[in-house]
Design a protein around this ligand. Structure first.
Ligand SMILES: Cc1cc2nc3c(=O)[nH]c(=O)nc-3n(C[C@H](O)[C@H](O)[C@H](O)COP(=O)(O)OP(=O)(O)OC[C@H]3O[C@@H](n4cnc5c(N)ncnc54)[C@H](O)[C@@H]3O)c2cc1C
Length: 435
C-alpha cells in the first residue's frame, strides 16, 4: 500500500493541507499591538467575516478584522472547495417549518452566494481556480426520486441550471459504477477556497480595511463603542461582528449552545497523469453524493484528486485521516490504489440543530453569523454580505434570516454530542440499507 504523507507546508499557522501548500498569498499580516479604532470590528477571517468586511469596505466603512491564527485558518481555508447552491435543508422543509413566505424569500436568495463569489472573483481578479459545474450523485432510486423533487422545487424558485442524469450518463461526470444516477447543477462549481478567501482579504485591504493575524479576541468590553480586546491590543468599534463559527471558543454562551463543531476530513493524491485525472472526472465538475454522511470530491488545478468525507461530532478527528478517507476514495475510483496520498487534514464546520445557518444580534450593534452546517461556501458569502447590509441600515434581508429560530441543542454542551451521534446513526443506517 502506498505510504500516506501528512503534508508539511512552508506556510506556518495553517492546517497541513494542500491548500496551505499551494496558497498564492503567503504574507503574514501583523499582530494587533496597542489600541486602534474602526467603525466595525470583525472577529474571524473566514468567508463569513471577510465577506462582511468586504461588503462594508465597499460601502466606505472603516473595518478591522481580527483573526486568531491566519486568514482562512478555519473551515474556509480547508474545505472541499465545492460551490453548492441552496441550503443544508431543502425549501419544502423550510416552507413546512417556517412558512411559505420565508421559504420564498430564502429561495430568492439561494443562488446569490455563488453569484457573489463569481462577481468578486471577476471584480478583484482573484486567482482561485474557479471551475463551473457540480454533480450530485445518487446511490439508490429513492435518492433519485428525492433529487427529482428537489429539482422541481428549486426550479419553482427560479433555478435554471439543473438537469437529471441517468445511470448510463454518470460516466460523463464520474467514472465509477457506484451510482444509480444523479443531478447536475451548472451554477455549482469549485474553487481553491484558501486562495479565494486570501484574494477577498486582499480586496478588503486595498479598500482601506485592516486585517490582523495571530490576534485572538479574548474579551469583549461593553460600551459605546465596544472594546474588542486581544492579548496585545484592542479595537474600539461601534459595531462588532462575531464570525468565529466552529472555532469560536465557548466565550459567548448565547452562541456556543446553539451550534456544534463537526469535523470533516480531506485528502489529496499526488498529481495524476493528466489523462487519468480527466478520465476519472471528465467534465471537471465537483461531486458530492446524497448520503447523510457524504463523500465529496473533485479534481484540483494540478490534477490531484481531492477527496473528503467522514464526520466527527464535537470536532473530534480520527487518529488516521487517510485510513478513514482513502478506502472510500478507492470504492469510487479503484484505479487510484497505487497512488500516493500527499496531504490529509481535517477541519470543523458548525452544525445547527435546524441545519440552517443563523445570523442575529446578541446586543445592540453586536452581530453574529454561524452554522452553515457543512454547506457554507455560498451561504457564508451571502450572510456576510447581509450582515454588512444590516450594519449599513438595510435590514430587510437580515430580518428574514434573523427571524428563523436559533434553537439550542438538546442536552446542552455536555450531552449534545452523544445525542446528535444517536440521531445521525439512524440516518447512516438508512443509507447503508438503502431505505
Ligand atoms: C473539511 C470541510 C469541508 C467542507 N467542504 C465544503 C464544501 O465543499 N462546500 C461547502 O459549501 N462547504 C463546505 N464546508 C463548510 C464551509 O467550509 C464552512 O461552512 C465555511 O467555511 C465557514 O466559514 P466561516 O467564515 O463561518 O468560518 P471559518 O472559516 O471556520 O472561520 C472562522 C475564523 O474565526 C477565527 N476565530 C475564532 N475565534 C476567534 C477569536 N476569538 N478571535 C479571532 N478569531 C477567531 C478562526 O481562527 C477562523 O479563522 C466544509 C467544511 C469543512 C470543515
Amino acid at each position: 500500500m502506498p505510504e500516506a504523507v501528512r503534508g508539511l507546508t512552508d506556510n506556518p499557522g495553517h492546517a497541513p493541507s494542500w491548500y496551505a501548500a499551494s496558497a498564492r498569498d503567503r504574507r503574514v499580516r501583523p499582530m494587533l499591538q496597542g489600541e486602534t479604532e474602526a467603525d466595525v470590528c470583525v472577529i474571524g477571517a473566514g468567508f463569513s467575516g471577510i465577506s462582511a468586511a468586504l461588503e462594508l469596505a465597499e460601502r466606505g466603512y472603516s473595518v478591522v478584522v481580527l483573526e486568531a491564527e491566519r486568514i482562512g485558518f478555519g473551515a474556509s481555508g480547508r474545505n472541499g472547495g465545492q460551490i453548492v447552491n441552496g441550503y443544508s435543508r431543502d425549501l419544502q422543509t423550510i416552507a413546512a417549518r417556517y412558512g411559505k413566505e420565508k421559504a420564498t424569500r430564502l429561495g430568492e436568495m439561494s443562488l446569490e452566494g455563488a453569484a457573489i463569489i463569481r462577481a468578486r472573483v471577476e471584480k478583484y481578479a482573484i486567482d482561485c481556480d474557479l471551475v463551473d459545474g457540480g454533480f450530485f450523485a445518487a446511490f439508490t432510486d429513492k435518492q433519485m426520486r428525492a433529487m427529482e423533487a428537489h429539482k422541481a422545487d428549486w426550479e419553482r424558485h427560479g433555478h435554471p441550471g439543473l438537469e437529471m442524469v441517468s445511470a448510463q450518463e454518470v460516466g460523463r461526470y464520474a467514472k465509477t459504477g457506484r451510482y444509480a444516477g444523479g443531478m447536475i447543477d451548472r451554477l455549482g462549481g469549485h474553487i481553491h477556497p484558501l486562495n479565494l478567501v486570501l484574494g477577498e482579504a486582499g480586496a478588503v485591504e486595498r479598500l482601506g480595511g485592516q486585517i490582523f493575524e495571530r490576534s485572538r479576541v479574548i474579551r469583549l468590553e461593553e460600551g459605546t463603542p465596544y472594546r474588542v480586546v486581544t492579548e496585545k491590543g484592542a479595537v474600539r468599534a461601534r459595531y462588532v461582528l462575531v464570525c468565529g463559527n466552529a472555532y469560536l471558543p465557548p466565550q459567548l454562551p448565547e452562541i456556543s449552545g446553539r451550534m456544534m463543531p463537526v469535523s470533516s476530513q480531506v485528502l489529496t493524491t499526488e498529481p495524476l497523469e493528466a489523462g487519468l485525472a480527466q478520465a476519472l472526472l471528465p467534465a471537471n465538475y465537483c461531486v458530492e453524493d446524497a448520503n447523510y454522511i457524504l463523500d465529496y470530491y473533485r479534481r484540483t488545478a494540478d490534477n490531484r484528486i481531492l477527496y473528503g468525507g467522514g464526520i466527527g461530532y464535537g470536532g473530534r478527528d480520527p487518529k488516521d485521516i487517510t485510513a478513514v478517507i482513502r478506502p472510500n476514495m478507492l470504492k469510487t475510483f479503484p484505479e487510484l490504489a497505487g497512488v500516493r496520498i500527499d496531504y490529509a487534514w481535517s477541519g470543523n464546520f458548525a452544525l445547527t440543530l435546524t441545519r440552517i445557518p443563523h445570523i442575529g444580534q446578541l446586543r445592540p450593534n453586536l452581530y453574529f453569523s454561524h452554522g452553515d452546517s457543512g454547506h457554507g461556501v455560498t451561504t457564508t458569502h451571502l450572510l456576510g454580505k447581509i450582515l454588512g447590509e444590516a450594519v449599513a441600515g438595510h435590514a430587510e434581508r437580515y430580518d428574514v434570516w434573523s427571524s428563523l429560530p436559533n434553537l439550542p441543542f438538546p442536552g446542552g454542551l455536555r450531552f449534545r454530542v452523544p445525542l446528535t451521534v444517536l440521531g445521525a446513526w439512524w440516518y447512516e443506517m438508512r443509507d447503508r440499507l438503502g431505505w
